[in-house]
Design a protein around this ligand. Structure first.
Ligand SMILES: NC(=O)C1=CN([C@@H]2O[C@H](COP(=O)(O)OP(=O)(O)OC[C@H]3O[C@@H](n4cnc5c(N)ncnc54)[C@H](OP(=O)(O)O)[C@@H]3O)[C@@H](O)[C@H]2O)C=CC1
Ligand SMILES: Nc1nc(=O)c2c([nH]1)NC[C@@H]1CN(c3ccc(C(=O)N[C@@H](CCC(=O)O)C(=O)O)cc3)C=[N+]21
Length: 298
């Protein structure tokens, strides 16, 4: 790792220190936060993420439960499982791990997660709030990636930013968050004629595609910030599996002003933001409950 590395561990730890204090306060108020993760089918690609979630949750005192549902589960069965979690007062947050099998509509399932328990901010209602600059429960990865750019100290207002990838969970929310900060945003995807024509002009480049070495040094303006969101498992020459991003680190690092490494960049911050979102969701549920009682049970 080089001097230009913009690492995520310290950023994540700062977020988690605040979260731990809030978890303790919520526990004392008899609202201990609890997060439930749902994985559908055999998704070994998601296992790293879920393991990190459990370790991080337990580290800050958030109860963590995993549900592994069979590949062949019907959409109605999955909807019923989510509805049961919505109704369970012990559960503060629900995260549905992507991808899900093709016969299940991810949008329908994200819609089934109650907005008060939507810790990933992926219910269409939650996503819609981003358009109105209500960013408290925004998608974790997008928040984490934008937080990394802020750590460079660059002024976001007026910054020329290129986002490569436009998925609903990463690229699109990043573009909205950046617009709300005043950046000038260009979004590239697989139909973009020349990604490098855009990326070479940018002060900051976000990459979320899922292809190792997609972005190379010749595509980056000298001194620009490069935020690598990709998480790809690849096999080394000796057959060992390793996690790499979407950026060709060796050719980009000498050109870029800042670069987030993979692992150790955006990933740990994403998990920390998920914990923060869980606390935000729990606080909202508490407020909602108390408002319905018509009085605070202090
Ligand atoms: N660090 C973290 O916390 C997280 C990391 N990830 C990682 O981020 C990456 C992207 O994830 P996700 O957004 O879910 O993936 P998707 O597969 O949903 O989206 C990929 C996007 O990349 C675009 N794309 C495909 N090929 C190209 C190309 N050659 N040039 C430019 N754009 C292209 C696609 O465009 P189109 O739709 O037009 O084909 C699409 O918008 C993955 O590696 C994933 O593992 C994901 C979530 C969290
Ligand atoms: N609904 C949903 N939301 C997601 O956000 C989501 C998802 N589904 N499906 C899978 C992808 C992938 N993803 C990761 C996030 C952090 C790390 C992470 O913490 N990585 C560490 C450790 C990597 C390692 O151990 O090698 C790092 O980058 O340093 C990994 C992977 C979230 N995703």
């Amino acid at each position: 790792m080089g001097e230009r590395d913009l690492t995520g561990r310290a950023v994540a730890d700062a977020i988690l220190a605040d979260v731990a204090a809030e978890v303790q306060a919520l526990g004392e108020a008899h609202w201990p936060p609890k997060l439930v993760s749902i994985t559908v089918g055999d998704e070994s690609a998601v296992d790293v993420y879920v393991r990190n979630q459990r370790r991080t949750a337990e580290g800050v005192g958030i109860a963590f439960e995993t549900r592994r549902l069979p590949e062949r589960i019907t959409q109605e069965e999955l909807r019923a499982a989510i509805a049961a979690l919505n109704a369970d007062p012990q559960v503060s947050g629900i995260i549905l791990q992507r991808p899900v099998p093709k016969h299940i509509s991810i949008k329908a399932m994200q819609t089934a997660i109650h907005p008060l328990k939507d810790v990933e901010g992926m219910n269409p209602a939650s996503i819609g709030n981003i358009v109105y600059n209500e960013l408290e429960l925004a998608p974790c990865t997008a928040l984490a990636a934008v937080e990394m750019l802020k750590r460079t100290g660059l002024t976001l207002a007026g910054l020329e930013v290129v986002v490569i990838g436009h998925s609903e969970i990463v690229g699109k929310p990043i573009a909205f968050l950046l617009m709300s900060e005043g950046a000038t945003v260009t979004v590239c995807h697989h139909m973009t004629r020349s990604v490098s024509m855009h990326s070479r002009r940018a002060d900051a480049v976000f990459v979320a595609v899922g292809k190792p070495k997609l972005v190379t040094g010749d595509m980056i303006k000298p001194g620009a910030a490069v935020i690598d969101i990709g998480i790809n498992e690849v096999l080394d020459d000796d057959g060992k599996s390793r996690v790499v991003g979407d950026v060709d680190y060796d050719s980009v690092a000498p050109v870029a002003g800042w670069i987030t490494p993979v692992p150790g960049g955006v990933g740990p911050v994403t998990v920390a933001v998920l914990m923060r979102n869980t606390v935000v969701a729990t606080r909202r549920q508490k407020a909602h409950y108390e408002a319905r009682l018509g009085a605070s049970i202090a």
